[in-house]
Design a protein around this ligand. Structure first.
Ligand SMILES: O=P(O)(O)OC[C@H]1O[C@@H](O)[C@H](O)[C@@H](O)[C@@H]1O
Length: 279
């Protein structure tokens, strides 16, 4: 019989790779996406005379972490609106799923060009500690802007592979909440899901990690709460990835658990519902 997996943070040190979401995990760009979506859908619903008005909760429920056009479809469905898909080449003026998505992308890119991107210091600290410990690292993002965002943050060369929205579209890989983009990244690294850790801030991404049966799913609470991410399937949730650096720098895992509130309290119950080790 295969021993049940111990889904707590000490498993980080025995993992082979960390697969990082980007927006909201490595860079604060989830906020930029969030503002651009709010502008698009507030204007759009007003123009159509459709309610209820768009709120940030809509972003978290229907859009966060999903590929661009899936986010549009999913939000419009919540207001009983169906549009033709169009194509990714659609002009932002067109009232199609792709046209609206591209309209939001213009807003996203203007803000990014104005403000630039600076990674979360705690995430860079965690990345450095993981790499120093010998773990391999990759980015798995739904965004078609992942490479420019990583480049602007000066981090592109830190990752062995980047599976983004463009790669997924090119290969016909289903986006988050499906686990497929994460599984594809693991495959590119020549690893199994069980050997990899997923780090996510969005419900859809946490769900992808859980459904892909990854070795460990770490939630980072930015907009979504600890409880929400735990209920989506995270094994543990932190406010900042720097909280997990002691896992690498301190070989005594019990000290780590007691040093970090979130880790100690969130990781307890998880071993009980974990199945056998996966492929
Ligand atoms: O429009 P893009 O850049 O391809 O991004 C798609 C999605 O990418 C995800 O990473 C973000 O969490 C979402 O907010 C965003 O909508």
């Amino acid at each position: 019989m295969i021993a049940p997996r111990l889904r707590d943070v000490t498993q980080l040190t025995s993992s082979q790779a960390i697969l990082f979401d980007l927006d909201g995990v490595i860079t604060p760009t989830a906020e930029v996406h969030m503002r651009a979506w709010a502008r698009l859908f507030t204007d759009y619903l007003t123009l159509k005379g459709v309610g209820p008005a768009y709120t940030d909760d809509d972003y978290l429920r229907y859009i966060d972490g999903k590929p661009r056009y899936d986010g549009v479809r999913s939000f419009l469905a919540s207001r009983d609106i169906t549009l033709e898909d169009g194509t990714p080449e659609d002009s932002p003026e067109l009232e199609t799923v792709c046209g609206l998505g591209n309209r939001k992308n213009d807003t996203f890119n203007s803000e990014l060009a104005e403000t630039g991107v600076k990674a979360y210091p705690g995430s860079v600290e965690f990345l450095n500690a993981a790499v120093e410990h010998g773990l391999r690292v990759a980015v798995v993002s739904s965004s078609r802007n992942a490479v420019p965002v990583l480049t602007a943050a000066g981090l592109l060369d830190r990752f062995e592979t980047v599976v983004d929205g463009l790669v997924a579209a090119q290969h016909g890989i289903a986006g988050k909440p499906a686990p497929d983009t994460y599984l594809y990244a693991a495959q590119l690294l020549g690893l199994t899901a069980a050997q990899c850790v997923v780090v996510e801030d969005a419900h859809s991404g946490v769900q992808a990690g859980r459904d892909g049966d990854f070795g460990l799913v770490i939630g980072v609470s930015r907009e979504a709460s600890h409880e929400e991410l735990m209920s989506s399937g995270a094994d543990t949730v932190v406010d900042d990835l720097a909280e997990l650096v002691p896992v690498f720098t301190n070989s005594d895992s019990t000290t780590v658990a007691s040093d970090s509130k979130a880790v100690a309290s969130d990781s307890k119950a998880v071993a009980s519902d974990s199945k056998e080790g996966n492929a």
